[in-house]
Design a protein around this ligand. Structure first.
Ligand SMILES: Cc1cc2nc3c(=O)[nH]c(=O)nc-3n(C[C@H](O)[C@H](O)[C@H](O)COP(=O)(O)O)c2cc1C
Length: 215
């Protein structure tokens, strides 16, 4: 199973690398995502943990060009809870080639970029969604910084990911290693260029996990 996952993943990584060479799809994705870059983070440190169908939900996401932010928005609309955007102290360059290079170097160096985001007290939550773009096959390194700083303990963790071909890559395994006590539920992945049309699939996935409509 793992071998076939790995084979599929490396085929996907090859297709990503071909994609990097042409970059057209990614640049289009970036252009689409740029429209939502200005969306404000909705978390207020004083906010009480919200109830969503009996679960107290925290949604933490990172997004460079807006796709994952939009997906996080769909999830938040549906399950409620608190929404937190993970930000780095030093923002990544907007230029696509520059961020691709920087992310690659960070990953090769196993870096822990400084983060500007603080999480609310985790006592208030029993379910934590973790959302990210696939960056070179896994989570962006700022999540490694975050999840080494904050222990999610035995909470329920639900990943969601946007990408341009590699799906989750190895990120689920890496996430599990970062929060080994957590109970990980089935995640959701979608191509960044298709996030806008994914609301119905998101709803179906969340229903499958037992989430009721927020309200
Ligand atoms: C630094 C970087 C690395 C990426 N690595 C991959 C990858 O390995 N596989 C893949 O399918 N897509 C890769 N992508 C594409 C992004 O995962 C995809 O465009 C995603 O939807 C971007 O999400 P965002 O708009 O929330 O930043 C990469 C993009 C960037 C900027």
């Amino acid at each position: 199973m793992r071998n076939s996952d790995d084979r599929r993943m490396s085929a996907d990584m090859r297709s990503f690398e071909v994609g990097v060479a042409s970059r057209r799809v990614f640049l289009k994705t970036l252009a689409l995502g740029a429209a939502v870059l200005a969306a404000p983070a909705l978390f207020s440190p004083r906010a009480l943990a919200a109830e969503a169908g009996g679960r107290k939900v925290l949604i933490v996401y990172f997004s460079h060009s807006g796709n994952t932010r939009r997906l996080a928005g769909f999830i938040h609309e549906r399950v409620g809870g608190d929404l937190v955007e993970l930000k780095t102290v030093k923002p990544y360059p907007e230029d696509y080639d520059a961020v691709v290079d920087e992310a690659k170097k960070e990953q090769e160096a196993n870096a822990r970029p400084a983060i500007a985001t603080e999480l609310p007290p985790l006592d208030g939550y029993d379910t934590v969604f973790i959302g990210y773009p696939n960056w070179w096959g896994t989570l962006p390194m700022p999540f490694f910084t975050l999840l080494e700083k904050y222990d999610l303990g035995n909470r329920t963790v639900i990943p969601f990911c946007t990408h341009e071909g590699s799906r989750f890559g190895r990120s689920e395994r890496d996430l599990k290693a970062l929060c080994p006590q957590a109970r990980m539920l089935k995640g959701f992945e979608v191509r960044g260029s298709r996030v806008s049309g994914a609301a119905a699939d998101v709803n179906e996935w969340l229903s499958g996990l037992g989430f009721k409509t927020a309200g």
